[in-house]
Write a protein that binds this ligand. Structure first.
Ligand code: AMP
Ligand code: FE
Ligand code: FE
Ligand code: ZN
Length: 287
């Protein structure tokens, strides 16, 4: 049996539904042998996940996922193998959490002005101390009967100029890349299709500038990507000497399977070997 890996997942430390320990259990139960937890703008789930993975003998990669300033679509930057006790990284994450807190208040007001009255306190307790994300709002809105399920919320609210679509302040790409690297991690451009580029040419033209800033990897294998997009992004990554990664972006909400990038597609096992080799080489370079 082919070993399964997954280099992009979420827990309840951000907007996922499973606790870090439950995520690790779920990965093991589904035959995943190497897992990265990459929560949105937080590393708070990593201690628990690391400890639990250690008990179960699962190879665990501490990670994080930044939402980065970008004029359209959404730009997500994953950091793999970050030192989650790095003070400068923690300070930046505290700052981003404050941005999300203030956006939450504005989302409440915006929804209210459109007739959707939900209490901020319910959203806060839904988040349970995690950086507040739109999925926390969506779950509360379902509970209050504004939609049948979370999917339906995202069709009518919180996105694309609809009620509750309030932009959050985000971190600059160069700063996010720098923080990940200072914390010993590998910065990876996540699911590049979310950048909403008009052509692969346009994506490719952006890559050298990002490499200049310190980008080291690209997530070619992602649920968001069609098979053609996987191939094209893989090709771009290889030609520019980037580490190629893959992840499910699992949130525990039943939309995607852990250890797969959709439709039962499994990540090539070489990705993990390449990550290991890359890490050894870059550690050697730092000495
Ligand atoms: P935020 O980081 O608070 O801006 O929220 C973005 C998060 O909302 C993403 O990471 C997803 O987990 C979730 N999300 C955004 N759009 C959708 C959608 N159309 N359907 C389901 N979840 C979504
Ligand atoms: Fe999310
Ligand atoms: Fe993402
Ligand atoms: Zn993600």
């Amino acid at each position: 049996v082919k070993k399964k890996i997954d280099l992009h997942t979420h827990s309840s430390a951000s907007d996922g539904l499973l606790s870090p320990s439950e995520l690790v259990d779920h990965a093991v139960a589904n035959g995943v042998s190497a897992l990265a937890l990459t929560d949105h703008d937080t590393v708070d789930g990593l201690d628990e996940a690391l400890e639990h993975a250690g008990r179960l003998g699962l190879e665990f990669i501490p990670g994080v996922e930044f939402s980065v300033e970008y004029p359209r679509g959404s730009f997500h930057l994953v950091g793999l193998h970050v030192d989650h006790a790095h003070e400068e990284l923690l300070e930046a994450l505290r700052e981003l959490k404050k941005f999300r807190d203030s956006r939450a208040e504005r989302i409440i007001l915006d929804l209210k002005s459109c007739g959707v009255d939900i209490p901020l306190d319910d959203v806060l307790s839904e988040a349970g101390g995690a950086p507040i994300g739109k999925p926390h709002f969506a779950r509360v809105m379902v509970r209050f009967g504004f939609a049948a399920n979370v999917e339906e919320v995202f069709l009518n609210y919180l996105v694309d100029g609809k009620p509750g679509d309030v932009k959050k302040e985000k971190i600059e790409l160069s700063r996010a890349i720098g923080l990940i690297r200072k914390a010993g991690g590998i910065p990876v451009l996540a699911h590049p299709v979310s950048l909403e580029f008009a052509s692969f040419r346009e994506l490719e033209d952006m890559i050298p500038g990002m490499i200049e800033m310190g980008l080291e990897g690209i997530e070619a294998y992602a649920c968001m990507h069609t098979p053609e997009q996987v191939d094209a992004i893989l090709d771009i990554g290889r030609r520019h000497g980037l580490l190629v990664t893959g992840g499910s972006d699992f949130h525990g909400d039943g939309k995607v399977e852990i250890g797969s990038y959709g439709d039962g597609r499994k990540f090539p096992a070489e990705l993990l070997d390449e990550l290991r080799t890359y890490r050894m080489k870059s550690a050697a370079r730092r000495i």
